[in-house]
Design a protein around this ligand. Sequence first.
Ligand code: TRP
Length: 455
Amino acid sequence: MEKRHNFGSKLGIILAAAGSAVGLGNVWRFPTETGAHGGAAFILIYILCVIVLGIPVMLSEFVIGRSTHANTIDAYRRLAPRSAWIIQGFLGVFAAFIILSYYSVVAGWTMKYLVTAVAGGVTQIADPAAYYTAFTVHPWWPVVFTAIVLIVTHIIVVRGVQNGIERFSKLLMPLLFIIITVLVVCSMLMPGAKEGLQFLLRPDFSKITADTLLSALGQAFFSLSLAMGCLCTYASYFRDDANLTRTAVSVVSIDTLVAIMCGFIIFPAVFSVQEITPDAGPGLVFITLPSVFQMAFEGAPILGYIFALLFYLLLIVAAITSTISLHETITAFLHEHGLSRRAAACIVTTLCLVLGIFCSLSFGPMKDFKPFFGLGFFDAFDFLSAKIIMPVGGIIISLFVGWRLDKKLVRDQVTNGGKLRAPLFGFYRFVIRWVAPTLITLVLLNELGVFTHTS
Ligand code: TRP
């Protein structure tokens, strides 16, 4: 078999992993959750979650990936031969499959809105809700855009770790930061932005319930790409001198900063247009924002044009760097089991496209086909991956690194064989053995509706 490639530089490592983490979850899901859970109070809890749990769980995935330099399934096989832990590897690859399938559909919608924005149409849409519905229920247009997303992802993944993933991450992530910064500044300058800022900055602690905490934790895991083998796969391409702790801290910081900045883009803009409430749910970026772009820039349509264009460009760039990581997780496994990279990637792209078509059609022609406990394809895939497999994976990873792996192996990975200092190693181990499994179990139970009568 050909030599296994690594990422070429430390910056490349951080940007690729941050690219996986920063995605639709930051631009769309984070503001939606923040809106639904009372603004600043949610953000504070979210930050607490990413520090206390996000960093340790990410570090654990890095340990698993880098210590084996193998795809996520073989990583478990090597660390714990002939044991049931390998199930986590399979769960990760399976979850990557179904996430990639439905995530590409939403990324496809983004692509469509970007095309509309380039053509100058987003600010011309007379009734954004009707436009959104008409597009998403269409039998084949959304499928075309889903296919485009998958093909772009495919082309990057086929080029390999350094020439594809790293090179594009180094190109796309700086672009993303520039766009975000420009949009934050524009959004702050809008009349009425102050109210939006207050919503984001003044915590209302009365809004905090157990549900806030559990939603923040679920959001943190999704946003950081945890528990699905993605970061474990990327870590398998880290060089042996990479500082795992520092990388985890950087990636978590970048992801959180981007999420909060997206809040600073969306809320001031939404509040400046009075009639619209911030917790508009999934329609936020496709229904609410087009109205915002129209109303906020009534007097200066050219600014509205630029804002809309940059916004959807931001969204698609963020989405593509995430689809790459999902695709790579599966491709790496197939590739390391005898297939060429190209053949492996072709299989992944084709299968995800087939599943993606079902997800896309579940909004339109197959709307009434609900084979999964009353859920259609899209909703079922979302539920199964984000609400079930992710917490289960988080629990398994914590238990695996906390209890199954040799303490010395973990310490060697974290300190690069004693070269780095790790003053918080004891705290990390405590979190990963006790705190993480307990809290994530609560998230899982909450998502299964066990606590609904109390909230
Ligand atoms: N984290 C990405 C986002 O915020 C999505 C994503 C990529 C993901 N890879 C993942 C989510 C693995 C869960 C698991 O949009």
